[in-house]
Structures are given as C-alpha cells and as structure tokens.
Design a protein around this ligand. Structure first.
Ligand code: DQA
Length: 148
C-alpha cells in the first residue's frame, strides 16, 4: 500500500473560523476526516500533518525520505515565500502534488508565485476540500506508473 503524507501549512488549523467566504465553514478536523475516508476508498495509507511553523514543515518533509511514497502539500502562505520548503521537497525527491483550497490565481498578485509549485508535478486549486481528494488521485496515478 502506498504511503502518502498530506501536509498543511499555517492557519489551515483555523479552517471553519478564518475567512469563511474564501475557505468555507468546514473545519480542519472535517478535512482530515474527508481525506482519511477517501484514502481508505483509494487503498492508500495517509498520514496527516499541520503546522504553523516553516521549520516544522521542513522537518516533516525530510522525514518522508525513505518512509513515504508521495506528498500532497498545501503550504498555505509559505507557498508564496518559502524556498526552504521547495528545497526540502527537492531533497527528498519523491512525487508531490500542490493543493490549494481557493483559486489562488484569481486572488492577489502575491499569491501567483509558488515556490513549492516549482517542484510539484501537479497543482490543484479552487476545488475546496475536494481538491485534496483530486490531488491524492493524481499522486496515486503517478505512483502506479513508477512502482518502487
Ligand atoms: C491557500 C492559499 C494561500 O494563498 C493562503 O495563504 C492560504 C491557503 C489555499 O488553500 O487556498 O493560507 O493555500
């Protein structure tokens, strides 16, 4: 069974509280439940991780080395700033998909740049929580093409 890390960055623990007009009413726990139910259906093993701290996200990505087959990542605000997260993804060198709940490209200009996206082989944005399920499917498709 493929082992996937789904990693979420800053303020995503405040889903259901923060900017509901953009991110919706559902909580981070609701998101985790959706992802775990979908993982079961898709036949993969998912570990979930969320942190508000850039270094913790880097540490968690590094821990994927030798332990995970792929990564689904929503780096949140660090998408647009973090070379460290980009370098961590490059360092572990396993397939990764970038996901955003909102349609980042139709928002402020500063959200148009994505450092993590320079590594990820695919990006899902603007599909709400379902985007994580879409990202998981893309990742599993890719992994089935390159079995370990
Ligand atoms: C986000 C979009 C980012 O620009 C923002 O900083 C977030 C969430 C999204 O999921 O739509 O915190 O990654």
């Amino acid at each position: 069974m493929k082992k996937i890390l789904v990693i979420n960055g800053p303020n995503l623990n405040f889903l259901g509280i923060r900017e509901k007009n953009i991110y919706g009413n559902e909580t981070y726990d609701d998101l985790c439940e959706l992802i775990q139910i979908s993982a079961k259906k898709l036949g993969c093993e998912v570990e979930l991780y969320q942190s508000n701290h850039e270094g913790c996200l880097v540490d968690k990505i590094q821990q994927c080395y030798g332990n995970k087959d792929g990564i689904v990542i929503n780096p949140a605000a660090y998408t647009h700033t973090s070379v460290a997260i980009l370098d961590a993804l490059k360092a572990v060198n396993i397939p990764a998909v970038e996901v955003h709940i909102s349609d980042v490209d139709s928002r402020e200009d500063f959200r148009k740049i994505s450092y993590a996206g320079m590594y990820c082989f695919a990006r899902v944005a603007g599909e709400g929580f379902d985007g994580y399920v879409h990202a998981l499917k893309l990742l599993l498709e890719k992994l089935s093409l390159c079995p370990t």
